[in-house]
Design a protein around this ligand. Structure first.
Ligand code: FES
Length: 164
């Protein structure tokens, strides 16, 4: 007990990241590594009114006012291999390009904001003007859309899929 190590000032400083923007990333990291059942209800987030189809450039719409982003979205068996499924109420489309590989994208068409309708033949299809996006990476396969569908985070836990 003659030895005493000097405590390095600030070396063990813990940074708690709890802002809305970084919480998603932290949640993904936490979801991958541990399952301690901890949930942080996001109570202070204002519910932004989502007015569809009237925005001029509404591409910043991510998880707009969803209460509790960590809620299960679907079962893995709901998403066909080589296809996908649109979840209109969550404005998200989930695909499974290869078995066990899940991708999620915004379901809001980057052309004029319609919701995409279905996933068929490897593309995510918008019914309004015929745009098609790759089910693998969201890139534009067929216009008039010019911008890819923004990716969303999806994580797999057992047989359930969770956004965020
Ligand atoms: Fe999707 Fe025009 S809004 S193709």
């Amino acid at each position: 007990m003659t030895h005493s190590s000097p405590a390095p000032a600030g070396a063990t400083r813990r940074t708690v990241v709890a802002t809305a923007g970084a919480a998603g990333l932290a949640a993904v990291l936490a979801a991958c590594g541990s399952s301690d059942g901890e949930k942080s209800p996001d109570a202070s987030r204002p519910a932004a009114p989502a007015t569809e189809g009237t925005g001029t450039a509404g591409t910043t719409a991510g998880a707009s006012g969803q209460p509790g982003g960590g809620e299960a979205l679907a079962r893995t068996a709901d998403i066909p291999v080589g296809g996908g499924k649109v979840f209109p109420d969550r404005k998200v489309v989930v695909t499974q390009p290869a078995k066990g590989e899940f991708k999620a994208f915004s379901a809001v068409c980057t052309h004029q904001g319609c919701l995409v309708k279905e996933v068929a033949n490897g593309t995510i299809d918008c019914p309004c003007h015929g745009s098609k996006f790759s089910a693998t990476d969201g890139s534009v396969r067929n216009g008039p859309a010019r911008k890819p569908l923004p990716p969303e985070r999806v994580s797999v836990s057992g047989d359930s899929l969770t956004l965020g």
